[in-house]
Design a protein around this ligand. Sequence first.
Ligand code: KIV
Length: 306
Amino acid sequence: MSLTNFPGSAGSSPLDSSLTKVTIPALAEMKRQGKPISALTAYDYATSRLVDEAGIDLILVGDSLAMVVMGQENTLAVTIDEMLHHTRAVRRAVKRALVVADMPFGSYHGTVTEGVANAVRFVKEAGAEAVKVEGPRVPLVHALSNAEIPVIGHLGLTPQSVHRMGGYRVQARTLDAVQQIKADAKALEEVGAGVLVLEGIPREVATEITADLRIPTIGIGAGPDCDGQILVFHDMVNLSFAPQAKFARRYADAAALFRAAIEHYREDVEHRAFPSDEESYHLPSAVKRVLSEEAEAQPKQRLHKV
Ligand code: KIV
């Protein structure tokens, strides 16, 4: 593609077609037009294809994969290399949605320089179109933005702070905490965050932040007034093997569907009902004929020898 024929160069809207790639400016435009933004997590090729083909606007390769894919107790142990591995698989599957990689715990908690270098890996090595960082990391978000890396902030219940919070608890419930989160949200917007995830905060607080900001907010456990909503894929389809959070509406029971299919398969194998003859490969008839002629001849030869 040349620099003079890129799509949308004729001043067209970033929302022109349902197959137009979703970008950070497109999400900002959706907020301006009052169009809700749909977002889901995904971690592998197959589910990312389904999520993308269903028209979800933003796919987050969340560090929640530590829990729902890798079976860890919290999100803290997942590494940069593991997150890169999953981001690559998602990237290969997605044509339309914005692909966002979650920066894992420890990858941006040292110097800003280290944080930027790690974010560059997600863009260069895995094809992420934006990265997400938890907490009011204003200097880092500023530096990422200066480095041309679109960045998504994440405030409220930030799972990487589980030990500081003393568990997964709803945040911003006191007057001081409400003032603080509003100031943090504004500060992240001012230094260049393109989107803000609000997790586990009272609806009223999310409503105010959403009205205060020009950038879109995406809520999870933050009420219906955010500019968009995100859920963890495995929670939405009952594959997370965890108690259901109040906000995590279950849209399907994949566990029941998969369990029934797996049990049916096991029974079929045990009863020799799988595979059938139709599910088997067969020799070409000429080869089959020769083989059966040989088989017929063999016992006779043996008889002759005796
Ligand atoms: O890791 C994740 O899945 C997230 C979402 C819950 C926003 O950060």
